[in-house]
Design a protein around this ligand. Structure first.
Ligand code: AMP
Ligand code: MG
Length: 348
């Protein structure tokens, strides 16, 4: 499917005005008609289609070039919609929903038949989330159907945190984009499987393992998050994601980055460095230095991460060296995304 013109609805600085609501209704109408529309959430921009309409969901996979065995997250505006999608709601899930919904936590449940088969890539479980973004919530309410939505980027590229990123990747491939300004968290939701006796963490994100355990006790971690040579329990996690066009290396020691930059220059490469505000003036020899948030505030690093990765493409970096972050709290999600962007290799 190709569109001569992708529609654009601007509700940046959303105020809930009549004009805002009208634009969102128009976008929602296209979703009910079986089209795909990109919209902002508090994590990243999503690419939404009616989760009960198989043809509509297939369009998401086509637009993104997403492998069909990578399941999607279904977004809802209201807890009542859950019973349309899932066959049981374990007590643990109820506690988590009470604490973290709306918010950046996706829960996996046993699914009902009504969910379009492509959404779950043939699994008997479905992933569901209630986003905490006024534009997303208004759109979901107006559509009146559960909306399957992966990140609104071309498969393999960094997730979009602005409508501009979505345009860059998907213009001409989707019906329209709702522009609600920059997203907040900047990393995708935490994914937790509640269909097991002890919940299993598949993807680290905005809600940390410690925060989950404070509510439900023990949480197991998908072994692939702890070791390189395990196959992930969650199908989509095996793919390289979030990658800039240049080759990305994660480097433990900042001094080593200086050596690697010097060597790459000798080799005639256009070199980029991903650092933070604190390190911005350290790497003078590099061609492109991108400061990504501040080390004193990992949330600021998460917010800026994907935009920073995209900048290396804008400036044509062929090789990129990135500083690393502590494996604790939000740092775990940041390092998970950086490791995937680096093709799964552990830091040098
Ligand atoms: P994205 O849509 O790119 O944010 O990715 C959503 C991720 O959630 C997928 O890549 C899967 O790994 C995971 N996921 C979605 N549904 C399921 C499910 N039923 N079981 C396990 N993992 C899932
Ligand atoms: Mg994605």
């Amino acid at each position: 499917m190709s569109y001569e013109q992708t529609k654009y609805w601007s509700v940046d600085n959303f105020s809930g005005s009549e004009e805002n609501l009208q634009l969102i209704k128009e976008a929602a109408l296209w979703i009910t008609k079986g089209e795909v529309v990109a919209f902002p959430t508090e994590t990243v921009y999503g690419l939404g289609a009616n989760a009960l309409d198989e043809r509509a969901v297939k369009r998401i996979f086509e637009a993104k070039g997403r492998p069909s065995d990578n399941p999607l997250i279904v977004h809802i505006a209201d807890i009542d919609q859950l019973s349309e999608l899932v066959s049981e709601i374990p007590e643990i899930a109820q506690l988590l929903m009470k604490q973290f919904w709306p918010g950046p936590l996706t829960l996996i449940f046993k699914k009902k038949e009504a969910v379009a088969p492509s959404v779950t890539a043939g699994l008997d479980t479905v992933a569901v989330r209630m986003p905490d973004h006024p534009v997303a919530r208004e759109l979901l309410r107006a559509a009146g159907v559960p909306v399957a939505a992966p990140s609104a980027n071309l498969s393999g590229k960094p997730s979009p945190t602005t409508a501009g990123h979505v345009f860059h990747d998907l213009k001409g491939r989707i019906k329209g984009i709702v522009d609600g300004g920059k997203t907040g968290v900047g990393l995708e939701s935490t994914v937790l499987d509640c269909s097991k006796d002890v919940p299993v963490l598949y993807r680290p994100g905005g809600v940390t393992k410690e925060e989950l355990e404070a509510v439900v006790g023990k949480v197991n971690v998908d072994p692939s998050l702890l070791s390189d040579d395990q196959t992930p329990l969650s199908p989509g996690m095996k793919y390289t994601h979030y990658s800039p066009a240049g080759t990305l290396y994660l480097v433990q020691e900042k001094e080593r980055i200086l050596e690697l930059v010097a060597q790459a220059k000798v080799d005639g490469k256009r070199v980029g460095v991903l650092t933070t505000e604190e390190g911005a003036c350290r790497y003078k020899e590099a061609d492109v230095v991108v400061p990504c948030g501040s080390r004193t505030d990992l949330a600021s690093v998460a917010t800026a991460l994907y935009e920073s990765l995209r900048k290396f493409d804008e400036y044509g970096a062929e090789v990129i060296f990135s500083e690393v972050f502590p494996y604790e709290g939000l740092g775990i999600a940041i390092m998970n995304r950086l490791e995937k962007a680096a093709g799964g290799q552990t830091p040098l």
